[in-house]
Design a protein. Sequence first.
Length: 281
Amino acid sequence: MPRFGFQYTSLISVTMGVFMTFVACGSQLYKVSMHGDSGPRPTVQSAKVGATTASASGDKLNPSSATYGIHAPEGWVSLPIHYKFDTRMDSVQRVQIQRAMRTWETAVGKQLFNYDGIQTGVNGDSFPDLYSSLDDGINGLYFDNNWAKTGKDRVVLATTIWDNESDVSDRMLTADMRYNNNDYTFGDSMVLWPEEGREVADLQTVATHELGHFLGLNHVESNVDPQSIMVPSLYIGQGVTQRGISSGDIKRLQLIYGCSGSACDVEATHLKIVRSVKDPG
């Protein structure tokens, strides 16, 4: 697989906003591109209106725009977002994803998610392709053992897909998160080992990034906000985590959902998240 790796043998903590740990054990550290990891379901109608929405899309890609780094300025049709887990996700994996959810909820001081249980008998391989999982109207988080049928490259860690309320709306109606369980082993990278040619990817780290898309955030270039979890690349490998978010991430999410109580103090909220990532309790 085309990854970029190098040996690492020391303990490093990077605390400039996004808390990251590298733990020594002589294994590989990889930087994986997240480009192409998310997007709405393509439709015929969206292609027809594409020319009229190009200007708005351009604004979202302009760092000086108020909507930069945001793909759904109106957020979701309703909150909280109800979701279900793939039947193959174990309790540790579910806890890691829910910790990532709490990080984003802390950012706005509001409940954003509501757990509806496990989707009995359903996993990523239950769907014939990438976008068909949206048809059931359930916001699902799935493991795909047959990643090829998603049409995504093997290096892609996960992908978040969604339907908007209409082709001309910036309001999200339903979304799914699909994880590449064929080429990666997901869980707590502090205790996992690579297996069967699958590299370790810290699930809480990947989920924090993908949940950003799930909530309406776009990628943010590293020269704009180098500390953002939404930068389109993540480090993976045994002992590697990047579970926090930046002050910029908090501000962008609050532009969509507002804020409540003490969460409106962005810097204090950021510090609270940094501390919770270090010690989840």
